[in-house]
Design a protein around this ligand. Structure first.
Ligand code: BES
Ligand code: MN
Ligand code: ZN
Length: 544
């Protein structure tokens, strides 16, 4: 059965062109740039320029707040106002970004507020070459937040659009245009705007702490953006073999080990979950093991990601309206790849292994049928009542395999259930765990990293619904509490004595609505920053 004809596939992906960021000693008035970004707070009597905006406000004769008010601005979070620069500025445009309520005297702006504001500004500057950010920078954490938000907000996925391809080629980055892209007439979308190319952070200290903060922020943002790229690539260009190749490329570039188990070796090893899910597809499954090691490490964390490069539902086919965004069903694996890559790039003194459970879930004459029984890598048998509950099957094999190495902590990340989206909405992931303190810890770390999450229970009575009359367990149970049922299923495959958590990112992994703050439309890179924060904590000692 022909897949996408090879000659029309995009062979060389044009992935994110990296936005450059520097700490600058220039003044907001003296720097040559396309725009200067300042902050504006929502004061009791109208918009108030934030610290960092002094020189710009002065150039407006001290009337920046009044000008903004006259334009209808309030300083509310996410608000972006572009205005012509006054005389005395080298940049032609001023971008005022809302910071929300004016903090109480002596209080600083909260880091997530700064991250989001920087993100909104960077997003509004798509197409520009260089911007100066003059936002309130007090401590190194503020500098990190602005850097991270700006680099995340600048992200653009233009692999398949004229504008992006041309811009990338013009940059000399060697990016190739998609077939039919170059020279084609302007598309309905008018071509795409390239990501803001260069950011200068003004007004902050430039000591060792600040430089390190910026370096970490840049690595984090680049890795989140790598995950976004992989998620946004459509399934005809990113299949399990392609994903494994992308992992190998990242490993080579950043110095971590990558080992790929192909379908033959999976069959030999008895990986019934991965093979059962992948067998309906023309493109075979893969299990990828990533490894970052550090000689001073005292702890080992295993990260396991669901990597369904397309989830059609299989024979239990999803109806129209439920499958258009299912290229995002490998978001967990993308987050794991990015987190391991970040751990390697930051040289964290902790051992991190990553497991990518890659398969494509398709219906065909060779697909697993509802009612089939799979023998999993663990030896347990699973009755597949619904082929659309495939994520837990590939994860089960990867969790068993990862457990063999006896990690101190194991965390899986997956776009696992629609039920979790119903429970928590589109911006919050659910955390389940076999240890309450571990679950709480992850929740706190996620919050500090700027990712919304919520602890979810594992009610033991829901196990009963997964009893099968012919196998050890069925791959689904009660509909009510479906997200929790999935977590209980996974727990069956976690090795004895391993502290484990499960992050269900089905809601926040893919943003089908409009962009906000530093979050673009499409793949978001959900969980990358939380996983890196967990690895950093483990580098300092016990997590529970
Ligand atoms: N990949 C889906 C879950 C999903 C839904 C991710 C919405 C992102 C957005 C998963 O494989 C799935 O289909 N789960 C089923 C399980 C059910 C059949 C027990 C679901 O949630 O409906
Ligand atoms: Mn599914
Ligand atoms: Zn799925």
């Amino acid at each position: 059965m022909p897949r996408t004809p090879p000659e029309t596939r995009t062979r060389e992906w044009i992935l994110t062109t990296v936005t450059a960021l520097t700490l600058s000693s220039s003044s907001a008035t003296g720097l040559r740039a396309d725009a200067v970004v300042v902050g504006v707070a929502k004061g009791p009597k109208g918009p108030v320029p934030a610290p960092g905006a002094e020189a710009v406000d002065e150039a407006y004769g001290g009337k920046l707040g009044a000008v903004l008010e006259a334009l209808g601005a309030s300083g509310g979070e996410g608000e972006v106002t572009k205005l012509p620069a006054p005389d005395g500025l080298k940049a032609p445009v001023v971008v005022a970004v809302g910071l929300g309520a004016l903090p109480e005297k002596g209080d600083a702006y909260d880091t997530e507020t700064l991250r989001r504001a920087a993100g909104s500004a960077a997003r509004a500057l798509a197409g520009a070459k260089k911007a100066a950010f003059a936002l309130p920078l007090d401590v190194a954490d503020d500098t990190a937040a602005v850097a991270e938000g700006a680099l995340l907000g600048a992200y653009a996925f233009n692999t398949y659009r004229d504008g992006g391809a041309d811009a990338a080629a013009a940059d000399g980055k060697g990016a190739k245009a998609t077939k039919g892209g170059k020279g084609a007439k302007a598309r309905a979308n008018g071509g795409a705007k390239a990501a803001l190319a260069e950011i200068a952070l003004l007004g902050g200290k430039r000591d060792k702490a600040h430089r390190a903060a910026v370096e970490r922020a840049a690595v984090l943002a680049e890795e989140v953006n790598r995950a976004r790229d992989l998620i946004n690539l459509p399934s005809n260009d990113l299949d399990p073999t392609g994903f494994a190749a992308a992992a190998q490329q990242a490993g080579k570039e950043h110095g971590f080990k990558v080992a790929v188990t192909d379908e033959k070796a999976l069959a030999k090893g008895g990986y019934g979950g991965l093979l059962g899910v992948g067998q309906g597809s023309q493109t075979p499954p893969r299990l990828v093991r990533l490894e970052h090691r550090h000689p001073k490490a005292t702890q080992t964390i295993a990260l396991v990601g669901k990597g369904i490069t397309y989830d059609s539902g299989g024979i239990s086919l999803k109806p129209a309206g439920h499958n258009e965004t299912m290229k995002c069903d490998m978001s967990g694996a993308a987050a794991v790849l990015s987190a391991v890559s970040a751990a390697a790039r930051l040289n964290l003194p902790v051992n991190v292994t990553g497991w990518l459970a890659l398969a494509e879930n398709m219906p065909s004459g060779s697909a697993t049928r509802p009612g089939d029984v799979l023998r999993m890598y663990s030896g347990k048998t699973v009755e597949v009542l619904n082929t659309d509950a495939e994520g837990r099957l590939v994860l089960a094999d990867a969790l068993t395999k990862a457990s063999e190495e006896k990690p101190d902590y194991m965390i899986d990340v997956a776009t696992l259930t629609g039920a979790m989206v119903l429970a928590l909405g589109n911006r919050t992931f659910g955390i389940m765990a076999n240890d309450d303190a571990f679950r709480t810890r992850i929740h706190m770390l996620a919050e500090a990293a700027g990712e919304q999450s919520w602890p979810m229970p594992m009610p033991p009575e829901l196990k009963k619904g997964m009893e099968s009359p012919i196998a050890d367990i069925a791959n689904m149970g009660e509909r009510m509490g479906g997200g929790l049922v999935a977590g209980l299923f996974l727990e069956e495959f976690v090795g004895e004595g391993i502290t484990w958590a499960h992050l269900d990112i089905a809601g926040p992994a893919f943003n089908s609505s409009g962009p906000f703050g530093y979050t673009p439309k499409g793949g978001t890179g959900s969980a990358v920053r939380t996983l890196v924060a967990i690895a950093e904590e483990a580098a300092h000692g016990d997590l529970v």
